[in-house]
Ligand binder design. Structure first.
Ligand code: SAM
Length: 315
């Protein structure tokens, strides 16, 4: 669907649930502090909603997220059925704590791309930021995914006084694996909404730190890419700079929560329910107006964050 600002909204982020085995400091305010909904869609309902959104809403690419998608029991079935709908571009975002043993099944189900969150290469910092988990499990997961031939990207949220001095080590690790790391500016989501945070590191500081070890220059990214990309000797990296350089003007993303609500923009205060479309004989009529509502929330300049946390929206 092309919106009033010429953006082709063709990417869906599908959250399969808020549950997570980690409790990252920027995502939730305490261990296990993830929002909990009780009216989750079943796998079949998710597949049917993706079918409707593909057929009548122009969705062409799907990224599965959460919460932690590898905790979702029907994940392989979900990927397989989404692939059967003719969606050729299926990705998943994970903390990779359980990835190593699952990666072959995920790939065989039709998964093509995987983004792994990795905020530190120091075990103690990793555990402090994630409030749990084990660094080596995430690294083993990343390395297993690279080995299977999946396209792997690493996501690192840059946090002042925590991992900001590790950026070149993380970049070197990604380059060694022939993977791309994207450094994320902290977003004011969930517990950080409307709060001052001392943890924020802007893109220019990130680049200054990279510049101490690498010569870099900007390279073109896809028009609707969230990341600004750079080439360094041996590969590339990206920065997702929601505050310094918002990608709103070209954002092509729509989000579907695990309770069947559409979210057009990360700043949208409440989701728009679409689960009832599953019972509609001709869902396309109402879908059009519901999609317009969700896309109407999409900002064009900069987003402000939301009290809905990332564990519910998925990213
Ligand atoms: N559990 C999966 C994972 O850890 O990758 C998927 C869900 S997680 C909510 C998706 C992405 O959102 C992760 O890469 C995480 O780092 C990012 N994220 C969560 N809260 C954020 C925030 N406040 N600012 C920037 N990125 C955030």
């Amino acid at each position: 669907m092309i919106d009033g600002h010429g953006r082709n909204i063709n990417k869906l982020r599908l959250s399969v649930g808020e549950s997570c085995n980690l409790s990252c400091v920027y995502c939730v305010d305490k261990i296990g502090g993830h929002q909990r909904s009780h009216d989750h869609l079943t796998v079949e309902e998710m597949i049917d909603l993706v079918r409707i959104l593909k057929r009548h809403g122009g969705i062409e690419k799907v990224r599965i997220t959460g919460g932690e998608p590898l905790l979702f029991p029907g994940i392989e079935q979900l990927i397989r059925e989404i692939a059967r709908l003719g969606i050729e571009n299926i990705g998943l975002t994970t903390n990779a704590q359980q990835l190593k043993k699952r990666v072959d099944d995920l790939k065989n189900s039709g998964l093509q791309k995987i983004n792994v969150s990795l905020d530190s290469l120091k075990p103690a910092v990793f555990r402090r930021l994630a409030r749990g988990g084990r660094l080596e499990r995430t690294c083993e997961g990343i390395e297993a995914a690279v080995k299977t031939g999946l396209q792997v990207k690493i996501n690192t949220v840059v946090l002042k006084g925590e991992n900001e001095e590790e950026l070149n080590d993380i970049l070197a690790y990604a380059l060694f694996l022939k993977s791309e790391v994207r450094f994320l500016e902290l977003m004011k989501m969930g517990p950080l909404y409307e709060k001052e945070t001392a943890l924020f590191v802007p893109m220019k500081t990130i680049l200054a730190k990279i510049g101490k070890c690498y010569s870099y220059h900007p390279i073109p990214a896809e028009t609707d890419s969230t990341a600004i990309r750079f080439r360094v000797p041996g590969g590339t990296f990206g920065i997702i700079a929601n505050e310094s350089n918002p990608f709103c003007a070209t954002c092509s993303r729509l989000r579907l929560t695990s309770t069947g609500k559409l979210i057009g923009c990360l700043s949208q205060p409440v989701g728009i329910p679409i689960k009832h479309l599953l019972k509609a004989p001709q869902p396309e009529f109402e879908l059009k107006s519901l999609l317009s509502q969700a896309i109407g929330y999409k900002r064009t300049v900069a987003f402000k964050g939301s009290q809905i946390g990332m564990s519910a929206i998925g990213g």
